[in-house]
Design a protein around this ligand. Structure first.
Ligand code: R5P
Length: 293
């Protein structure tokens, strides 16, 4: 028998409607609680956006410039990242388990940079993602490439497994060397990824028409940084991406190959979350670089 409850008067808040707990994340209102919770670790509630630090390049190209020593390069940046995107090998060997920043784990792989990159397979199980306490899994999608259908199969298989475990999937739109990176291509690829079940989609920014890519993708679209640019140009790209409707970045080389990775990640975050102008973000980058010399 439960204890008798002697409270003289209870308040049942009969006049207060039950809040619709929807979601601050685009397209996520009908997801299960665990899925929303994991996405909510990655995308800040205040802005609905994220600054994901991408350091997974080694899975196909080895010790990438700036990431020669993951254990030295990555930990100092983690306090400024909303999420860390990395391979399970990098996480287990080079990231302290005391990490509080959510992790997005690279789950596809296969060919090295020496071979046809689209020939990927799934490269880890969801069981292992659970052991790692992953907040999301990432898989590459090669629309228009030689192994397009296999990469779609990788995505849908991972989405099925992720749905069973409540783990969202980030579809990474990869662009073959021979392909045009224009808005028409990214509208096709990002929309396919979302309709096939990805809960987050990542693609490159396009100078023309990026707002149409963002508006037609029903889940959060985050932009990759791409090859290293001068810092101001990388910040301009970040600003224009957010202005056009991207909901964050998943940025690697333009942060870890900068002469001040800590300055750059703070400047990028200032634009994504703080509404900084490019000038103010660049000043933040320069001030941080100078102060850390
Ligand atoms: C590339 O294969 C990975 O998915 C990277 O995480 C992605 O390209 C983002 O890194 P970056 O900003 O260097 O392009």
């Amino acid at each position: 028998m439960p204890e008798e409850d002697f409270a003289p008067q209870k308040n049942y808040f009969e006049d207060v409607p039950v809040a619709d707990r929807g979601s601050h994340i685009r397209g996520a209102s009908s997801y299960d609680w665990g899925m929303k919770n994991r996405l909510g670790r990655i995308f800040r509630e205040a802005t609905g956006r994220t600054v994901m630090l991408a350091v997974d390049h080694g899975y196909f190209q080895g010790p990438t410039t700036g990431l020669e020593r993951l254990d030295l390069a990555v930990p100092p940046l983690l306090p400024f990242a909303d999420a860390l995107m990395a391979t399970r090998g990098a996480i287990r060997t080079s990231v302290p388990a005391s990490l509080t920043c959510p992790i997005v784990v690279r789950a596809s792989g296969g060919p090295s940079v020496l071979r046809e990159l689209s020939d990927e397979r799934l490269a880890m199980s969801v069981d292992d993602a659970v052991r790692l306490n992953a907040s999301a899994l990432a898989v590459q999608l090669f629309i228009g490439s030689e192994h397009e259908t296999q990469s779609i199969k990788n995505l849908t298989t991972l989405v099925d497994a992720g749905m069973a475990a409540g783990i969202p999937v980030v579809a990474v739109i990869a662009v073959g060397r021979e392909m045009v990176r224009d808005a028409r291509y990214f509208r096709l690829a990002t929309r396919m990824a979302a309709e096939l079940g990805a809960q987050v989609v990542k693609c490159y920014y396009t100078d023309e028409g990026f707002a149409s890519v963002a508006s037609t993708c029903p889940v959060p679209l985050v932009v990759a940084g791409g090859k290293k640019l001068p810092e101001r140009e990388a910040l301009e790209m970040t600003y224009r991406s957010m202005d056009a409707g991207a909901l964050g970045v998943d940025m690697g080389r333009n942060i870890f190959q900068s002469d001040s990775p800590i300055g750059m990640i703070q400047a990028v975050s200032g634009i994504v979350h703080g509404g900084l102008s490019v000038d103010d973000a660049f000043t933040l980058y320069e001030d941080t670089r100078t102060s850390l010399k």
